[in-house]
Design a protein around this ligand. Structure first.
Ligand code: HDE
Length: 721
């Protein structure tokens, strides 16, 4: 289905500003709001059904005047007696809860998971057993380092956390968009996070790893360098949440009814294909639209273009694990898909936006320890630390142990236990028995059930207590090299550029050199490129615990090898002026609609333009509000007079120059030449497609299916020279 988000927004706008007072009670268009917020009993929200729609206090007391506080005389002091003022201000003062210590900035959506291939032969979890069974999910995507208000396109790892509301309780698969992690042991996590967050004395830089502390820590932690390669790749500047993979990272176990174990790694593969932006683009997107990713997800779901991810599993037995070249308990290593193929077992569709951000996205509480019977943990030391941390952090963040009563966290299956009381207890048991076993209820229930209940893999354990890192975790560079060599040349260039950029922000020269010393163990050319970019001599290679070995490359590790096949769900910006060709406009928007793409009109005035046949077209953006960085491709279609006008406008020239510099495909009318000249575009290369006749539009949209015109990048980027 075509998505013209200007239309979507207009519709929304109409809906939000009704001419007459609505007949429904306030909040009735958001079915969760009042009933959920005001308690399970539901009695208190009756006031919202009052046909007179009277404003009340939180205690339900009708308000006569909400605009003026109670004063002694018209200019007199405010009276302490004003409970209405006090209640309102008191509640406002307490609106914020602590933001997440990591992954503070995030965006969530509801959806559904459908199983397409049963794992019932190896796993007793109901959610993985019955083909066709649908399970409700809630997903939260996030950046890691930035605070809640930081921009979406920071170079950062993205969180990819999924809560499955299964019939056997909540299962949280709390993953990232990168399949490995920086550290091997949970005890290093606070140091890692401190190093990447803003430096403590000055409280900057915000949402960036490009500073001394991060590179100090990583250059002193050889185990980090596999993940550093992923972090410096375009994986950390995704085009959209919709175009990212997700990974459970750790090895988990699946258990059958007899307690037999199969190791498993989880993968989410986006049907939308993988896509990222360029770094220079990301920097500008952050200024033009800091909400770029959340807006993109919201708009896609609002318009019915629901993103879908396939869930894949890599399955292997204990005896296979012993033969793998890396330790499956080491979270800094992946298992190449060529060694253990990914089997697709289901699909997740995000189909409903949240109707209240705080209630859902902010209050959702994930925990790696939440697994249904049949899913169990491996001995990955990072996972064990996480199993403690997530529950602990929710107590701080959500204020007490009853956060499972919050609707987004509440299981959808029956909950039967004797835990009670505590702050904000919302679902309170009735009756006399608050312990088990008891003889009050039928059979003293609810009681434990060995047949249904969760069990752990009966791993025989033996060993001296010691603080030690396994020798099998010691090869820190081979997979980093494998990742780098698996990238296409343009992707390798981006990794070199990113490392050079980040290390250029590091002030201490010895830290820069120590970072490059690791690159020498990964790829000599990469190390030389970065050292050259930094203007420094090559240092000695870092001392490696194990020599780097050459592993086979893998296409699965490249973004470009796994890109989208079409322009569906992607966005084109149409720069129009008064007098632009109606034929071209109609042909191009028709082709984009047929492709399932989104388009927006950008014009000198937000009031829109009049085409050469007199048709009025609404604009979604005024030129300085719709820079080309917001679009996957652009069409520059001014009239001759329009082009002459835009040639004098800095924002219009930036629009063209950035589209060119970011290697975008550019459709154009002959009249655009004057604007391109003014924008100092040096060459109309093969990434430019002239739209002379209506039928050119279809061909242009087909050209845009490729992500970018990469041939141009080598010509526009000084670093590459
Ligand atoms: Fe997290 N992590 N983490 N993490 N993590 C949190 O939990 C932690 C790790 C991930 O959208 C916190 O509720 C430790 C790996 C995501 O709400 C906290 C360790 C992976 C989210 C925490 C790790 C992740 C978090 C902060 C090392 C990828 C956001 C707020 C032992 C597999 C979830 C919260 C959301 C959030 C601890 C490492 C992913 C503090 C101790 C590896 C997606 O509990």
């Amino acid at each position: 289905m075509a998505r013209d988000s200007s239309k979507t927004d207009n519709k929304k706008l109409k809906g939000e500003t009704p001419k007459k007072a609505p007949k429904l009670p306030v909040g009735a268009d958001s079915p969760t709001s009042f009933a959920e917020v005001q308690g399970a009993g539901g009695e208190t929200h009756q006031s919202t059904n009052d046909p007179a729609l009277t404003l009340t206090s939180a205690q339900g007391i009708p308000v006569a005047d909400g605009q003026n506080s109670l004063k002694a005389g018209p200019r007199g002091p405010t009276l302490l007696e004003d409970f209405q003022l006090r209640e309102k201000i008191f509640h406002f003062d307490h609106e914020r809860i602590p933001e997440r210590v990591v992954h503070a900035r995030g965006y969530g959506a509801h959806g559904v998971f459908e199983l397409t291939d049963s794992l019932a032969d190896i796993c007793r979890a109901d959610v993985l057993g019955t083909v066709g069974q649908q399970t409700e999910v809630f997903v939260r995507f996030s950046t890691v380092a930035g605070s809640k208000g930081s921009p979406d396109l920071a170079r950062d790892v993205r969180g990819f956390a999924v809560k499955f509301y299964t019939k056997e309780g909540n299962w949280d698969l709390v993953g990232n968009n990168i399949p490995v992690f920086f550290i091997q042991d949970a005890i290093k996590f606070p140091d890692l996070v401190h190093s990447v967050k803003e430096e403590p004395d000055r409280a900057f830089p915000q949402a960036q790893s490009a500073h001394d502390n991060f590179w100090d820590f990583t250059s002193l932690s050889p185990e980090a360098w596999h993940m550093v390669m992923w972090q410096m790749s375009d994986r950390t500047i995704p085009r959209s949440f919709r175009t990212m993979e997700g990974f459970g990272v750790h090895t988990f176990r699946l258990l059958d009814a007899e307690g037999n174990s199969t190791f498993v790694k989880f993968h989410w593969k986006p049907r939308q294909g993988l896509q990222s932006v360029l770094w220079n683009e990301a920097v500008k997107v952050n200024g033009a639209d800091p909400d770029f990713h959340r807006r993109d997800l919201w708009e896609a779901i609002e318009s019915g273009d629901f993103p879908v991810w396939d869930l894949g599993v890599q399955l292997f037995r204990e005896e296979d694990a012993a033969k793998l070249p890396f330790d499956h308990l080491d979270a800094t290593k992946l298992i190449p898909e060529e060694l253990v193929p990914v089997r697709i077992i289901g699909a997740m569709t995000l189909n409903r936006n949240v109707d209240n951000f705080f209630a859902n996205t902010e209050q959702v509480a994930f925990c790696t320890a939440n697994v249904p019977p049949g899913v169990d943990f491996s001995d990955d030391p990072l996972l064990h630390g996480r199993n403690f941390s997530y529950l602990d952090t929710q107590l701080k963040r959500l204020g007490g142990p009853n956060f499972t009563h919050i609707p987004v966290n509440a299981p959808r299956c029956p909950v039967m236990h004797f835990q009670q009381d505590g702050h904000m207890a919302m679902t309170n048991p009735k009756g006399r028995a608050n312990y088990e076993p008891n003889s009050w209820g039928p059979e003293g229930g609810p009681r434990e059930n060995p047949a249904r209940g969760t069990t752990s893999f009966a791993a025989p354990l033996d060993g001296p207590k010691q603080r030690i890192r396994s020798e099998t975790f010691a090869d820190h560079y081979s997979q980093a090299r494998q990742f780098y060599l698996s990238q296409q040349p343009i992707e390798q260039k981006h990794i070199g550029d990113a490392l050079t950029f980040e290390l250029s922000k590091v002030v201490r020269v010895d830290i820069r050199a120590r970072a490059v010393s690791h690159l020498l163990n990964i790829d000599a050319d990469l190390a030389a490129t970065v050292a050259n970019g930094l203007g420094m001599a090559l240092p000695e290679a870092a001392v490696a615990a194990r020599p780097t070995i050459d592993l086979p490359t893998s296409d699965k590790l490249s973004i470009l090898a796994n890109g989208p096949k079409d322009f569906k769900g992607r966005k084109m910006g149409l720069l129009l002026t008064d007098g632009s060709s109606a034929d071209l406009f109609t042909a191009l928007t028709g082709s984009l609609d047929a492709e399932g793409a989104v388009w927006e009109v950008i014009a000198p005035k937000i009031g829109g333009v009049t085409l050469d046949d007199g048709t009025a077209v609404a604009a979604k953006q005024k030129i300085d509000g719709g820079p080309s960085v917001l679009y996957d491709a652009v069409a520059v279609l001014p009239s001759a007079a329009g082009a002459a006008l835009l040639a004098k406008d800095a924002a219009a020239k930036d629009f063209c120059a950035d589209a060119f510099g970011h290697c975008k495909f550019i459709g154009f009318s002959a009249e655009a030449a004057a604007l391109f000249d003014a924008a100092r575009i040096p060459e109309m290369d093969a990434g430019f497609v002239q739209l002379a006749k209506a039928k050119d539009a279809k061909a242009f949209v087909a050209t845009c299916r490729a992500l970018r015109f990469w041939d141009r990048e080598r010509k526009v980027d000084l670093d590459a020279a």
